[in-house]
Design a protein around this ligand. Structure first.
Ligand code: PLP
Length: 454
């Protein structure tokens, strides 16, 4: 079996591994942690140190990280400016709570409000994406005095009851209990859509008509909001045509229905073309949720809303940890870093090259049903010989194959048959080419094993 490759000298060369460490930790993990907490790989690994786009595991193996802890390591591992900001804050004070003024929270909220493009924006900070989604849904339903919510098929928004209640993906719906009356509309998963053969304009028109039908046939009127991911993350990086949500919003506007853009995966330039995913649709949302990348690994999320919506709650709210000094100081340093280094431009350039290389070298393989995505958010849907049947076995083999060659990628999609590529947004061209070679080799190997190319 090939061993993980080294392409550059980093401080990671100094990290010593301990043989057998993973098996021992896995046994302890299985004994005390929930069985439903999924782990990647037949032999799960612990990542113990990172530098830029590279990580090392507990047994001393190095990997190129094309997954960034689920699109969260945005600037990269161990970025000195971010590490120093966290160290400095931790040395002074870890915690106060939202009962007191928190300077980095105020500064971060000011920056995000301004970057959001939402008029008269206010920001509420949370500790996770799920909590941000809960807050956005609370605000939208309270403001509109309605518990009716529209969500998108194949969506994922988190793991609380409220977030699960708007999840359009059976794999992640552990309960049907929901505080909302939810109706699902068509979205960007064209590969398995009844409208898949239509061109962009006709596809959008068909989905807009479906939205009108859902509103007329399924709801009781006075719907609170539509919540949507501009590019579906867990759903397998599915992308609707540009302008799609703009066309949907025209219908929403007729009835005063709010549009919530879930930017937990698509925010901060991840799609390359834009700073926010919603910008591909020529609209500004009423509310916006974020998390993951803004903390570069620190626990932080939040919701942005127009002031009148944010201030509509009649009771006071606290958050013990929301906007805490440590996460907000680190997020501020991360935000500075990503703006100063124009990581959006890097994401666009490197992501486009990576996509081009993938399409060229693997797009024609029978096992590859579709290569899609934007920026450094690229998905590969793997299929059987008929070009359509979800091929989860091939996705699992590809996950193992890439790890064995020293590359970490993610998995997702409705049937767990999509590979997901989402490296730190600081990924260099050399590292992108290195990862591409591994991916292409593995896809050819999996294709041969599956017999999908006949
Ligand atoms: C689009 C989207 N929204 C919300 C969430 C929930 O975020 P968290 O896992 O931080 O609770 C996720 C998590 O993957 C997500 O992808």
């Amino acid at each position: 079996m090939p061993t993980p490759t080294q392409i550059q000298d980093t401080s990671l060369d100094l990290v010593a591994g301990s043989p057998g460490a993973h098996a021992e930790l896995l046994a302890r993990h299985r004994a005390v942690l929930p069985a439903w907490m999924g782990l990647y790989y037949e032999q799960p690994i612990e990542l113990v140190a990172g530098d830029g786009s590279w990580v090392v595991d507990g047994e001393g193996n190095r990997y190129l990280d094309f997954w960034g802890g689920i699109l969260t390591t945005l600037a990269g591992h161990s970025v000195p400016e971010i590490v120093e900001a966290v160290r400095e804050q931790a040395g002074r004070m870890l915690h106060t709570s939202t009962l007191y003024l928190i300077r980095p929270m105020v500064e971060l909220a000011e920056r995000i409000a301004q970057l959001s493009n939402i008029p008269d924006a206010k920001v509420f900070l949370t500790t996770s994406g799920t909590e941000a989604i809960d807050a956005a849904l609370l605000l939208a339903t309270a403001y509109r005095r309605s518990n009716q919510v529209l969500a998108v098929r194949n969506s994922y928004h988190g793991r609380s009851f409220a977030a699960m209640g708007i999840t359009g993906n059976r794999s992640w719906s552990a309960s049907s209990l929901s505080p909302f009356a939810v109706h699902y509309v068509q979205g960007g998963y064209r590969f398995r859509s009844p409208f898949r053969d239509l061109d962009d304009a006709a596809y959008t028109a068909a989905c807009v008509q479906d939205l009108r039908d859902v509103l007329a046939m399924e709801t009781a009127g006075d719907v609170a909001c539509l919540i949507a991911e501009p590019v579906q993350g867990v759903g397998g990086f599915t992308v609707p045509p540009d302008g799609f949500f703009g066309a949907m919003k025209e219908v929403l506007d007729e009835q005063g229905i709010l549009f919530v853009s879930d930017e937990v995966q698509t925010g901060w330039g991840r799609t390359g073309d834009h700073f926010w995913g919603y910008e591909a649709h020529g609209i500004v949302p009423d509310l916006l949720t974020f998390a993951k990348g803004i903390g570069n690994g620190l626990s932080i999320g939040g919701v942005v809303a127009r002031g009148e919506i944010m201030d509509c709650l009649a009771t006071p709210h606290i958050s013990t940890f929301g906007g805490n000094p440590l996460s907000t100081a680190g997020a501020l340093a991360n935000l500075e870093y990503l703006l100063d280094h124009d990581l959006q431009a890097n994401t666009k350039a490197v992501g486009d090259e990576l996509r081009r290389g993938l399409v060229e070298a693997a797009g024609g393989l029978g096992v590859v049903g579709e290569i899609r995505g934007k920026g450094l958010m690229l998905g590969i849907e793997l299929v059987g010989a008929d070009g359509r049947t979800p091929n989860t076995t091939a996705a699992n083999q590809a996950l193992e194959g890439t790890r064995a060659r020293g590359l970490l990628v993610g998995k997702g999609g409705l049937y767990g048959n999509c590979l997901r590529i989402a490296p730190p947004m600081s990924l260099s061209t050399a590292d992108a080419e290195h990862g591409l070679r591994i991916l292409v080799d593995v896809l050819h190997e999996v294709d041969a094993a599956s017999g999908a190319s006949g």
